[in-house]
Design a protein around this ligand. Structure first.
Ligand SMILES: *Cc1c(COP(=O)(O)O)cnc(C)c1O
Length: 387
């Protein structure tokens, strides 16, 4: 029974991308600033690991950008989340509330610490964790809430922060997709106790692989920095009183990150302009639901995410196939955590919104190199597929 339901929701196998056309990929990075110059300096000076200056400079400037006091860089968004939980002392049998509609990293970070992810369904409009459904899942074991700002749209933080105060819980923001997004005029990542970012190649800014925590709390900053660096003791080298990790970012990565950060306003403007053009061209197509921007939010449209309703005439899988035939790459939405083979048994419950998103959602090419006429071609292809 359950198996049939899952089969009905799971996306079809990836459609074959037609490469006879100039393919339009879902995302690509843009290196038009000082990336090469700064990386060259690392090579010339020999500072290629985590010492050499760029790491600290990137941490300072990125945390300031997020309106947070401290930045602790690390090796990925996943390790940022793991470090955040470890630094907050979350461990065995603790419970951490997360949305089921998210990337696997959010859940895995909880599991790495021996804690248990407790899942919440999404809001229909923003796809983010539904604050109205959080309280009923809080128990004596609950220690933290992770709010994920899905596809660049911030979660409704005031409601989440209010619940966290009432029950004395930590709030972690998974802002891996939301660099520069704003909630009521404040930047994502600096709103909770810790904000976690990814600088993977498809994110708003990239370091190749990489991540960062931002926080206003000095204790968390020191603990995260210590655990990131194998928990080397300060008073005696090669002396370890705690189990640490090597989650350091390299100077080479930070060099790229710094150059990317210098142009982040331009990069976000490109994403928002792409979204605006898609909105205009797709608005009147029946059965296509466009991404939202709530009154409280500045959406950075990390990916331009749409839903394909029954009234469109063909399914999301069929639409993806038709787009692929024209060389247009797309992606399915996340497959919710409760449907993942590694979490079936741990995370049970009813999550109708997340399942609907998984069934109907896809994102369109959203790269920084995307041309206006490519967006027009994509919109036209979608329009022609409508019945
Ligand atoms: C990309 C992403 C991560 C993980 O980041 P990595 O750098 O790939 O480890 C975590 N959470 C969300 C929501 C993401 O989109």
């Amino acid at each position: 029974m359950r198996r049939n339901i899952i089969k009905d929701i799971l996306p079809a196998k990836e459609p074959l991308l037609n490469t006879r056309y100039r393919t339009i990929s879902v995302s690509n990075p843009l290196f038009k600033g000082n990336e090469l110059k700064y990386v060259t300096k690392c090579i010339k000076t020999g500072w290629v690991s985590s010492l050499g200056g760029y790491v600290e400079e990137f941490e300072n400037k990125f945390s300031r950008y997020c309106e947070a006091r401290y930045g602790i860089s690390c090796s990925s968004g996943t390790t940022a989340l793991h470090l955040a939980l470890a630094s907050l002392g979350i461990g065995k049998d603790d419970e951490v509330i997360i949305p089921t509609f998210t990337m696997i990293s959010t859940a895995n970070a909880v599991t790495y610490q021996g804690a248990v992810p407790v899942l919440i369904d999404s809001e229909e409009n923003t796809f983010n964790i539904d604050p109205e459904k959080i309280e009923e899942k809080i128990t004596k074991k609950t220690k933290a809430i992770i709010a994920v700002h899905i596809y660049g749209h911030p979660a409704d933080m005031d409601k989440i922060l209010k619940i966290s105060k009432k029950y004395n819980l930590y709030v972690i923001e998974d802002a891996a997709e939301a660099h520069g997004a704003e909630y009521k005029g404040k930047r994502a990542g600096g709103l909770g106790d810790v904000g976690c970012f990814s600088f993977y190649g498809n994110k708003i800014i990239t370091t190749g692989e990489g991540g960062m925590l931002v926080t206003n709390n000095r204790r968390i900053k020191e603990k995260a920095g210590y655990l990131r660096d194998l928990a080397f003791s300060k008073e005696r080298h090669f002396w370890h009183k705690e189990l640490g990790f090597n989650y350091r970012m390299s100077n080479l990565q930070a060099a790229v990150g710094l150059a990317q950060l210098e142009r982040i306003d331009v990069l976000i403007r490109i994403k928002r302009n792409n979204a605006k053009l898609y909105d205009t061209l797709l608005r009147d197509i029946r059965g296509i639901i466009l991404p939202k921007e709530e009154n409280y939010a500045k959406n950075v449209y990390w990916m331009y995410a749409i839903l394909v309703e029954d009234s469109f005439g063909i399914s999301k899988d069929e639409l993806r196939k038709r787009l692929a035939r024209r060389g247009i790459e797309t992606r399915n939405f996340f497959i919710p955590i409760h449907l993942q083979p590694i979490y079936f048994k741990i995370c049970k419950g009813q999550f109708p919104v997340a399942e609907e998103l998984c069934k109907k959602g896809l994102y369109l090419p959203s790269g920084f190199n995307l041309k206006k006429n490519e967006i027009k071609f994509i919109a036209k292809t979608i329009r022609e597929a409508a019945r």
